[in-house]
Design a protein. Structure first.
Length: 288
């Protein structure tokens, strides 16, 4: 194993050990998303101890897919009562930064994620991202693990997905595999989702509305699938809400080469403010 990789894993294990000391109990074996019809289709919510795949319908929908996955992670890591919220580990391939921009701490905060809760692991290739994600998935102290490779990493196959699923089941931690520029393939994921961006509906005084997504359940092991919901994210309640009225604004967001699909800078796309490589000025915590 290269020295740099060994050091990254060593730092990751140390960060996970620190997280374990702060961990408190989480509620239930399922993660309710807040939309009644959606949770009913999932028999009460997403299985906590499982692997779930979230596909961006197109590369331009990466911000929307990221927002949906982060919403799930936020609900999964929510603590009970005065118990602190659990940290979220995000393993991200460097190439995603090059294509979509680095994580933007103010944007994450706008979505409802305190950047101090985030353990960020960056790797040069898909193999490194999957290795870090598998290591993290074994830590029961985490609220969720988000793994973001670019495209179709050669090491990721049905066997590799089974390892991730088994790690999630053993630790009771949801693992969210965020897929972009990748075709659907057989995997051990409990559910598979496709996400497209919707235009946000403006608030009073034309203020930006809540981030909105069209989410399609493509696969659910042992349950019904091929259903679609149009939902918004309420950052104050940290919950998804179903759009009850479809009006002219309820359409796919316009796509250009110079604009993110969402109308608010909620997730990692930022053209003018980037997180420094060493994590300074960002509030993000890096492991490695």
């Amino acid at each position: 194993m290269p020295a740099a990789t060994a050091q990254t894993l060593s730092d990751l294990r140390r960060s996970l050990a620190e997280a374990a000391l702060r961990a408190g109990p989480v509620a239930g074996a399922r993660i309710g998303l807040g939309v009644t019809s959606l949770d009913e289709a999932l028999s009460g919510g997403l299985a906590r101890a499982a692997l779930h795949e979230v596909y961006a319908a197109e590369v331009a929908d990466l911000a929307a897919a990221t927002g949906f996955a982060l919403g799930i992670a936020l609900r999964a890591g929510h603590g009970e009562g005065e118990v602190p919220e659990r940290p979220i580990l995000w393993a991200r391939q460097d190439f995603v930064d090059a294509e979509a921009g680095r994580l933007h701490a103010p944007g994450l905060n706008e979505l409802g994620l305190d950047p101090s809760r985030l353990l960020l692991v960056r790797a040069r290739d898909g193999e490194g991202v999957l290795r870090a994600g598998a290591e993290a998935a074994r830590c029961s102290a985490l609220g969720a693990v988000l793994i973001e490779p670019w495209g179709e990493p050669r090491p990721f196959d049905l066997t590799a997905s089974r390892r991730l699923a088994l790690a999630a089941e053993g630790a009771g931690v949801p693992v969210l595999l965020l897929r972009v520029a990748a075709a659907e393939a057989p995997s051990a994921a409990r559910t598979r989702w496709q996400v497209r961006a919707l235009a946000s509906r403006a608030l009073e005084a034309n203020a930006p509305g809540a981030p909105a997504f069209a989410v399609r359940l493509l696969r659910q092991r042992g349950g019904a699938a091929e259903r679609e919901w149009r939902v918004e994210w309420d950052r104050d309640r940290r919950s998804f809400e179903e759009r009850s009225v479809f009006d002219r604004s309820d359409r796919l967001a316009p796509r250009t080469d110079h604009a993110a699909p969402l109308s608010r800078p909620l997730v990692p796309l930022s053209g003018d403010r980037q997180v420094a490589a060493d994590g300074h000025d960002s509030g993000l915590r890096r492991a490695g």
